[in-house]
Design a protein around this ligand. Structure first.
Ligand code: UDP
Length: 329
């Protein structure tokens, strides 16, 4: 059943793909963003869509949405470590006041609220893989705590709203996601490695590269968010790809895939960088019938194609890149 859905953080990497998929299935979409880390370009193609509205607002101050609302997705937050480390107070504000404003909007309208939480609530996990029942191992005073604890607070607030006021809520724990519309300067591992490989620069592996991540392609991730939103589950539910790689394996995969001449270099490991991460998606599989289907190679190729265009890189070997589309340029 289609409705009028508010996407907080709707012009971000993940939010803009969510707007696309909501519109494609017939929902009206109100996208709210302050463009602090989201980009206008991500939703520029929707500007003339009759069912799409774009509002510029900082959701930690207020959410100026009029009319009916059937659903609220809260994706408003810096999400890349360099972004949230550069915006520590804003990250805490949006995780607390922004989430409160989103919950109040949903409650006022009897709308379903989906909180985009994160695998970072598990911190540096001493349980592996991470299932939803694991409480996590987070440093509450380290630099990453501005994001981790903001999301943990968001989860607590969401559950308190649900228990106390009966607000219809769901919590999704999103694991590392990549794909087109990652900003070239986002700073996360996939965009960094792809751009470095395309430019023939050394890939910046932090630490010895033995830390692991499990990478989910954005279309799979958004399909999971929608499946949870459409269900009656409260969650939390892990949505991520359980295929786990070391960062060094990822670097080698990127170099091989792009046929790059890049070497691998090493930089210091960021403080409190989790040593391993892999979602247990038993709940998503059983309760939502969801699992990721995009291979790492296919996902990386699509992301490389996007980044090459976005950064204007002439990169032979990148399908659809500036080079292959415009031989003269
Ligand atoms: N990383 C890296 N080089 C980079 C960027 C990230 O080795 O240029 C590592 C980082 O230390 C972490 C992993 O890649 O272990 C994933 O980092 P990202 O910032 O993408 O996300 P995180 O999982 O830390 O939130």
């Amino acid at each position: 059943m289609s409705g009028r859905v508010v996407v907080l953080g709707g012009s971000g990497f993940l939010g803009s793909h969510l707007c696309d998929q909501l519109l494609a299935r017939g929902d009206e979409v109100v996208c709210v963003d302050d463009f602090s880390t989201g980009r206008r370009d991500n939703v520029a193609h929707l500007a003339d869509h009759a069912a799409f509205t774009l509002l510029e607002a900082d959701v930690s101050v207020g959410i100026p949405v009029d009319g009916t609302v059937s659903g609220v997705f809260n994706l408003a937050s810096p999400a890349s470590p360099p972004d949230y480390l550069a915006l520590p107070l804003e990250t805490l504000a949006v995780g607390s006041e922004g989430t409160r404003n989103g919950l109040e909007l949903a409650h006022r309208h009897g709308a379903r609220f989906l909180m985009a939480s994160t695998s970072e609530v598990y911190g540096d996990p001493d349980v592996h893989p991470q299932s939803e029942s694991y409480w996590g191992n987070v440093n509450p005073v380290g630099p990453r705590s501005v994001y981790d604890e903001a999301k943990r607070f968001s989860e607590a607030l969401t559950m308190a709203h649900h228990r106390t006021l009966g607000t219809d809520t769901a919590i999704v724990r999103i694991f590392n996601t990549y794909g087109p519309r990652l900003r070239p300067d986002d700073g996360r591992v996939v965009s960094n490695f792809l751009l470095q490989a395309m430019r023939g620069e050394p890939l910046t592996v932090y630490g010895d590269g033995s830390q692991t991540r499990s990478l989910c392609y954005v279309e799979d991730e958004v399909r999971g968010l929608l499946a949870l939103f459409d269900s009656a589950l409260t969650g939390p539910v892990n949505i991520g790809n359980p295929d786990e790689y070391t960062v060094l394996q990822l670097a080698r995969t990127v170099i091989d895939l792009l046929g790059s001449s890049s070497t691998i270099g090493h930089l210091p490991l960021p403080t409190d960088d989790p040593t391993r991460r892999r979602p247990d998606i038993t709940v998503a599989r059983a309760e939502l019938g969801w699992e990721p289907t995009t291979s790492l190679e296919d996902g990386l190729s699509a992301t490389a194609d996007y980044l090459a265009r976005d950064a204007g890189i002439v990169a032979p070997g990148v399908p659809g890149s500036a080079a292959s589309e415009s031989p003269a340029g």
